[in-house]
Design a protein around this ligand. Structure first.
Ligand SMILES: C[S@@+](CC[C@H](N)C(=O)[O-])C[C@H]1O[C@@H](n2cnc3c(N)ncnc32)[C@H](O)[C@@H]1O
Length: 244
C-alpha cells in the first residue's frame, strides 16, 4: 500500500507500555490513521481511513445483516476502534454485541493523540473500558475487547456464534496465516447460517481460500482507491467443514 503524505509523529504505542512504534498519518479523505513502520503497514487505507471503514465494514457488512434484531459482530483487529465506533454510531441499526480481538492494544494517550486529528466523538470511551469482559456502552451496544490473537479464539462451544465478521487484519503478505483456507474454515464454523464476513482485501487467493472453506463469495465495489473488496456469506443450509 502506498504511504500517506504527512507530517508524522513517532510515539510509543501500546497499553502495556511495550514499544510499538507507530506514526500518525493523514489519509486522502482528511481522516488520520496509524502506521507501523517496521512492517510498512497502515491501520487503514491511505485513500481514506474513515471512508474505507464506513464502506467496507458498515455499508457492506452491517447493513447486509441489519434485518436481524441482534447482530453479533466479531472483529479481527480492534486497533484504533474505528470500525467499532462507526458501528456504534450507525443509526438506525440493530442491537449489537461486538467482540474484538487485539493482541497489541493501543494506549489511551496514543488514542487521544490520534483522535485530536479526527475528533471521532466518544471513541476514547471504547478504549477506556475493561478488556476481556463485556461492557454495556449503551442500551443497544455491548463491547468485549479480547487482548489476544484471533488464533487464540476458542472453537469449543462457539459453533453458530457470530452474524458478522469484520476481517481487518494486516495484509496477506504480512499476516499470511490469517488468510488461509484453514483460517477461514475456523471462522466459518463459529458463524451463524446466513452470516456475513467482509474484508477490504480483494485478492484472488483470498477469494479462493474463502470458497474452499465453504463460503459463498462476492466481489463488491471497493472503497475509494480500490476497485473491489470481498464479502462472503455462510449458506443458510451449510455443512460444517473439517478443520485441521
Ligand atoms: C489493519 S489494522 C486494523 C485495525 C482496526 N480494525 C482499526 O480500524 O483501527 C490490523 C489490526 O490487527 C491487529 N492484529 C495483529 N495481529 C493480530 C492477530 N493475530 N489477531 C487479531 N488481531 C491482530 C493489529 O494489531 C492491528 O490493530
Amino acid at each position: 500500500m502506498p504511504r500517506a503524505d504527512t507530517a508524522h509523529q513517532q510515539t510509543p504505542g501500546n497499553r502495556d507500555g511495550k514499544s510499538l512504534k507507530l506514526e500518525l498519518k493523514r489519509t486522502a479523505d482528511g481522516s488520520w490513521t496509524l502506521y507501523r513502520p517496521e512492517i510498512d503497514e497502515p491501520y487503514h487505507s491511505v485513500h481514506g481511513a474513515m471512508a474505507e471503514s464506513m464502506h467496507v465494514f458498515v455499508q457492506e457488512g452491517l447493513l447486509a445483516v441489519a434485518d436481524r434484531t441482534l447482530v453479533r459482530v466479531l472483529e479481527v483487529g480492534f486497533g484504533t476502534g474505528l470500525n467499532a465506533w462507526l458501528t456504534w454510531k450507525q443509526q438506525p441499526r440493530p442491537a449489537v454485541q461486538y467482540t474484538a480481538y487485539e493482541p497489541y492494544p493501543l494506549g489511551l494517550e496514543l488514542v487521544s493523540l490520534w483522535n485530536r486529528h479526527n475528533r471521532f466523538l466518544g471513541i476514547e470511551r471504547l478504549h477506556s473500558g475493561p478488556w476481556n469482559a463485556w461492557e454495556a456502552v449503551d442500551d443497544t451496544f455491548a463491547l468485549r475487547k479480547i487482548e489476544d490473537k484471533i488464533e487464540g479464539l476458542d472453537q469449543g462451544g462457539l459453533v453458530d456464534r457470530y452474524d458478522l465478521v469484520y476481517h481487518d487484519a494486516f495484509a496477506p503478505e504480512v499476516q499470511p496465516e490469517l488468510w488461509t483456507p484453514n483460517f477461514f474454515a475456523h471462522v466459518y464454523r463459529i458463524m451463524r447460517p446466513g452470516g456475513v464476513l467482509v474484508t477490504y482485501c480483494a485478492k484472488g487467493a483470498v477469494r479462493r481460500a474463502m470458497m474452499e472453506a465453504g463460503f459463498d463469495v462476492e466481489r463488491r465495489p471497493g472503497p475509494p482507491g480500490k476497485r473491489e473488496m470481498l464479502r462472503c456469506r455462510v449458506p443458510e443450509k451449510r455443512e460444517l467443514p473439517e478443520t485441521r
